[in-house]
Design a protein around this ligand. Structure first.
Ligand code: AMP
Ligand code: AMP
Length: 317
């Protein structure tokens, strides 16, 4: 059996980890990226595609695909959900992630503190962040001090979600849900560095939130303990709502305010690129395994252990 992915986002992380666990790997790669991935020793693993959505029509019986952020960006959630790709993880969770109402319901069911949502401009009582529907990378978002300012900036023909703007430090925490060990592991934390929201100088009030990269973060241990519980609660919440588990990595996207209250504004039900900073290991995965363990390798280890237990199908959708 092979482990495969598309050439973007966290492909190096995933495939190096699969190799470390003894798997053959496949990289679905566009011609423009071939040289880059070859430079990392993946030349013999490359299957060239002209666009990533070609994988929808590619036969890959003996390959398990590891989905990452570029699957939705380049192929689209609807087409992934409708496909019969053998993906590691839970496609149902992708459906909950894609739909703002479902997303909100899951976060509340899990008992997470979420920013207030305002159904209409009239209800606004705090500074807000106004999000366009289906925006990629926060494009088209804006912030407003109050209802009047929000009203001025909103376009009548556009659908928005209006959220309380939480002032604080953004913290992204990644977990790994292991079916083989029936446990939730807290894997690592990072800060997403966004332009120009994170720039020191800002001359406009519609900052963009385009990700530039990620910075490592090691949390206060007492705070980490809270996040550990939040990860468990998230898994339990999803189980209560759907009767299903969440195999593999997921991430809670949060803001800690000055009262140390943790607001969760978003989640990802798959590997996030923030785990790229934890190659070859995160402090917590090192403590857990006593060896270097990065996310790509953690995924492959789980696949191997589930195969040994004859349970791999439980982690594939
Ligand atoms: P790219 O191949 O870099 O254009 O990224 C493909 C998709 O993954 C885009 O939707 C990006 O916003 C997302 N992405 C890439 N890197 C990161 C990152 N470090 N954090 C969050 N999202 C990312
Ligand atoms: P999202 O598309 O929901 O992942 O949001 C993109 C970016 O907007 C995040 O990475 C944060 O920097 C910022 N953001 C989102 N929601 C909030 C919020 N409720 N309060 C403050 N900043 C937020």
């Amino acid at each position: 059996m092979k482990i495969g992915t598309i050439a973007s986002h966290s492909a190096l992380n995933i495939l190096s980890g699969a190799r470390a666990e003894g798997f053959d790997v496949v990289l679905y790669c566009t011609p423009d990226r071939r040289k880059f991935y070859s430079a990392f020793g993946l030349a013999d693993a490359i299957v060239e595609v002209h666009s990533f959505d070609e994988i929808l029509d590619t036969s890959m019986e003996d390959t398990v695909l590891i989905p990452h952020g570029s699957f939705v960006a380049y192929i689209g959630a609807d087409r992934i959900l409708a496909s019969d790709l053998r993906l590691f993880g839970n496609k149902e969770l992708l459906r909950w992630e894609e739909n703002r109402a479902l997303k909100d319901r899951l976060m509340r069911e899990a008992g997470l503190r979420v920013p207030r949502e305002y159904a209409s401009v009239k209800d606004i009582q705090t500074p807000v962040i106004v999000k366009t529907y289906g925006a990629a990378g926060g494009q088209g978002y804006f912030i407003a001090k109050n209802a009047e300012e929000a009203q001025e900036k909103m376009r009548p023909d556009q659908l928005y979600s209006i959220q309380q703007y939480v002032v604080g430090t953004k913290v992204f925490v990644t977990y790994f849900r292991s079916l083989a060990h029936d446990r939730t592991e807290v894997f690592g934390a990072d800060i997403r560095y966004e332009t120009d929201a994170d720039a020191n100088l800002r001359f406009d009030d519609t900052p963009s939130f385009i990700v530039v990269g990620n910075l490592p973060l090691v949390l206060r241990e007492s705070v980490l303990a809270k996040y550990y519980q939040m990860g468990e609660d998230f898994v339990r919440g999803f189980q209560r709502l759907t009767g299903q588990d969440i195999p593999g990595p997921f991430c809670l996207e949060t803001i800690i305010d000055r009262q140390q209250q943790i607001y969760t504004f978003e989640f990802s039900g798959r590997i996030v690129a923030g785990t790229n900073i934890w190659i070859p290991t995160s402090p917590y995965s090192y403590l857990q395994f006593g060896e270097q363990m990065w996310m790509g390798r953690r995924i492959a280890r789980e696949i191997r252990e589930l195969m040994e237990q004859g349970r791999l199908e439980e982690a594939l959708t």
